[in-house]
Design a protein around this ligand. Structure first.
Ligand SMILES: Cc1ncc(COP(=O)(O)O)c(C=O)c1O
Length: 383
């Protein structure tokens, strides 16, 4: 199945935030939306749902077919087959994270490795919990979890770790050994993990996704969040899946009044079901493109932006560029003002993010090249 690139005009007409936020002369390479036409099986399923008028309140979770479809997809792709009965549908991943924090986690500090997906930094205080950030050393060759500091945070009273697995914006697909080491620390302290695995289908060739809950002894202390929304680019449709790690967690979630978890939509569930059941060819085409764009970006950064550093991108389409060599206090601001390219400002990802930018590669190679051209113009000769 081939990938259909949309033109600038089509992307602006689409109406979602990536291409409507900035002025017309700005190239948007920021928020995690893709510049491709909707996958055909998802489009067909949505049209069918609209024709049937499937726009009432969503059916009970198992009746949507989504838990079963997710379990089958996860089993085939990652060798992790959660019990469909343990899947609780929710509106989006961040709603699920908040639900898990508020319902399942003790009222105690939450550990967040940073730079972090920005809403992580908001959802913890919104849930009424303190946050302990553990910044990545920006000079480290490899982005790894600082387990000594995680251990220290648990010793000091933290009870939960909020993990992005794979990691946005580090671009890491954590190895089994890394996750097992984390599991050992968490288990030693009787703590919990909320594992946001929204980027799991987007692990790039040469790397593997390990579902944290699939590790021996981890499921009981884990809440996993999944969604088709990132990999199939349907975040506006509002369907995510929370996989409860224990019967007790499931009971607590099922006992909530419906208003505590009411944000999901039947069209979202239709899209998720179609994605997991029929979306693999499209996903494979996306991954091929992302692999090519990743290689292109690596080459272009080396040629045009010497001094700017990019760690190996193992997953996701969000490249994390260390632009501290520019000496600019706000490289993203300069990119917008002087280069007319919109990238995410690393400082908004929390401690360790200053001087970095995040670039969206889910687009055409021509636009990737244009992003680099504009960054080069904005940052001058950063070497
Ligand atoms: C790590 C991570 N979690 C969650 C989300 C957002 O998910 P949702 O829109 O389902 O809340 C994103 C979006 O880019 C993300 O990168």
């Amino acid at each position: 199945m081939s990938l259909v690139d949309l033109t600038d005009e089509q992307l602006r007409a689409r109406g979602s935030i990536k291409w409507t936020f900035a002025a017309a002369d700005v190239l948007p390479a920021w928020v995690a939306e893709m510049d491709f036409a909707l996958a055909e099986p998802i489009s067909a399923a949505l049209h069918d749902a609209v024709d049937r008028g499937d726009v009432g309140y969503p059916a009970l979770d198992e009746a949507t077919g989504v838990p079963e479809a997710l379990a089958t997809f996860a089993g085939e792709r990652w060798g992790w087959s959660p019990d469909p009965a343990s899947v609780v549908l929710t509106g989006d991943v961040m709603a699920g994270v908040r639900l898990a924090l508020e319902t399942l986690c003790e009222d105690a500090p939450v550990v967040v490795p940073t730079p972090a997906y920005m809403p992580f930094l908001d959802v913890v205080p919104l849930s009424g919990r303190q946050m302990v950030t553990i910044p990545l050393d920006p000079d480290a060759d490899r982005a790894t979890l600082d387990l000594d500091r995680v251990e220290a945070a648990f010793s000091d009273g933290a009870r939960t770790l909020l993990l992005s697995n794979p990691h946005n914006p580090w671009g890491r697909a954590f190895t089994r050994a890394e996750l097992e080491a984390l599991r050992d620390v968490v288990a030693r302290h009787g703590a919990r993990v909320i594992s946001d695995e929204i980027h799991a289908p987007l692990v790039l060739p040469g790397h593997t996704h390990i579902a944290y809950a699939s590790l021996d002894g981890a499921a009981e202390h884990t809440t996993t969040l999944m969604s088709a929304s990132k990999a199939w680019n349907v975040p506006g449709l509002k369907s995510a899946q929370l996989v409860a790690g224990s019967r007790a967690d499931l009971r607590a979630l099922r006992a909530l009044p419906p208003v505590a978890n009411h944000g999901s939509s039947p069209l979202g569930h239709v899209a998720a079901r179609a994605a997991y059941r029929e979306g693999l060819p499209w996903l494979s085409a996306v991954l091929q493109r992302l692999e090519a764009n990743r290689a292109l970006l690596v080459d272009l950064v080396a040629q045009e932006l010497p001094g700017v550093r990019m760690r190996a991108l193992e997953a996701t389409y969000l490249a994390w560029l260390d632009a501290r060599c520019t000496g600019l206090a706000n490289p993203a601001g300069a990119a917008l003002e002087r280069g007319r390219v919109l990238v995410n400002d690393g400082a908004t990802f929390g401690p360790g993010g200053q001087g970095h930018v995040r670039v969206n590669l889910a687009t055409s190679p021509e636009r990737v090249a244009e992003v680099v051209r504009r960054l080069t113009k904005a940052w001058g000769d950063p070497a």
